[in-house]
Design a binder for this molecule. Structure first.
Ligand SMILES: O=P(O)(O)OC[C@H]1O[C@H](OP(=O)(O)OP(=O)(O)O)[C@H](O)[C@@H]1O
Ligand SMILES: Nc1nc2[nH]cnc2c(=O)[nH]1
Length: 175
């Protein structure tokens, strides 16, 4: 059990399970993008740990960039996704692999979709470690999903509750 601010969280997904899922995703990404010199685009803050593990396992040429988006306060989305740090690299004509720690309502994805279309990328695919099928209400395809999870608030492995918990190496859910 861990306590973050006022809330208690219990162990939910082990580090071992997370690494197995990351190995599987990486195998597919190596097959699908091996000779394409893709740009991995991580969505900060939450994706930093996942992005690091994926990029370490990619065996061919690639580039790495980040954007920083934010919309959650406490355990709820505000519904208002802010671009806190935008693209700082020309992605025109590039193959982009978007790296998300979690796709929940899809609000963040909709915002990034606009950013990538405006940047005139050749194509982009979405990779997410966690996906909440019961919460996702958007049409943007999510091609690579590590793990489907129920509609519950989780922390750890990059995901926070009001700033705390990102450093936890496994995932916890609300008790
Ligand atoms: O599908 P959605 O409902 O939009 O939720 C997904 C987003 O929520 C989290 O980011 P958050 O806004 O909490 O910012 P953070 O990554 O800095 O924690 C997470 O990292 C995703 O980017
Ligand atoms: N920490 C955290 N951030 C999120 N952003 C969207 N869904 C979640 C969640 O379940 N936990």
């Amino acid at each position: 059990m861990v306590k973050l601010h006022d809330l208690e969280f219990e162990p939910y997904i082990s580090e071992e399970e997370i690494m197995q899922v990351i190995d599987q995703i990486s195998e597919t990404l190596n097959k699908d993008f091996g000779n394409k010199n893709p740009v991995f685009l991580g969505v900060l803050n939450g994706s930093f740990m996942f992005a690091s593990e994926i990029i370490k396992r990619f065996n061919s040429d690639c580039e790495i960039s980040f954007v920083k988006m934010g919309s959650y306060e406490g355990t709820e989305t505000t519904g208002n996704v802010k671009t806190l740090l935008g693209l700082n690299q020309d992605l025109k004509g590039r193959q982009v692999i978007l790296l998300e720690d979690i796709v929940d309502t899809g609000n963040t994805l909709v915002e990034i979709d606009q950013i990538l279309k405006q940047a005139e990328v050749e194509d982009y695919k979405v990779v997410t470690l966690f996906f909440k099928p019961d919460a996702y209400k958007k049409d943007i395809p999510v091609q690579y999903k590590g793990m489907d999870i129920p509609n519950e608030f989780i922390v750890g492995f990059g995901l926070d509750y009001d700033g705390l918990g990102r450093n936890l190496t496994q995932v916890y859910k609300r008790k």
